[in-house]
Design a protein around this ligand. Sequence first.
Ligand code: CUA
Length: 181
Amino acid sequence: MSQQVAWQLSLVLMTLLACVFAYVGGTAGTREEDYTPLQKRAYRVRAWLFWILVLLFGPVMVYTLLDLPYDAATSRSGGAPAQIIEAVGYQWRWELSRDHVVAGEPVEFRVSSADVNHGFGIYDPDMRLVAQTQVMPGYTNKVRHTFDREGTYKVLCMEYCGIAHHNMMAEIKVGRPEERR
Ligand code: CUA
């Protein structure tokens, strides 16, 4: 959706630019002895262009910033959520401290590796990536995600880590809040 907007916007901008080129090209032939009026006009056009750009890119910038893919819950504010999954990557499997959580409440993943670098990617039932972080030995990376629908999610390794990299798969069952134990 936003990609389409960006595409249409760049089409408009490219057209505008082409118009400017065409205008300059079209008026280039006429010679004027006194360039002062022309210069004044150019400055006016430049000032207009500047404000058009500001008015155009200001909202675009705010819009794209609002659309950042980071979960708001990732921010440092607030205590740790009640649902915590410790995840350790091994060549070539995942060890999760639990594999059942409930939807609608934040889950904090604390991710680390027992050997080499891996990638921790959580995929929804449609196999769309919903959250990810790097998995490094000696570090615990935290990522928070609130599952908004129930189902069986998959954890896949996102960084090539050896011959059986593709075998690094785990499942997380996301249930309804009433199923909380
Ligand atoms: Cu672990 Cu790829």
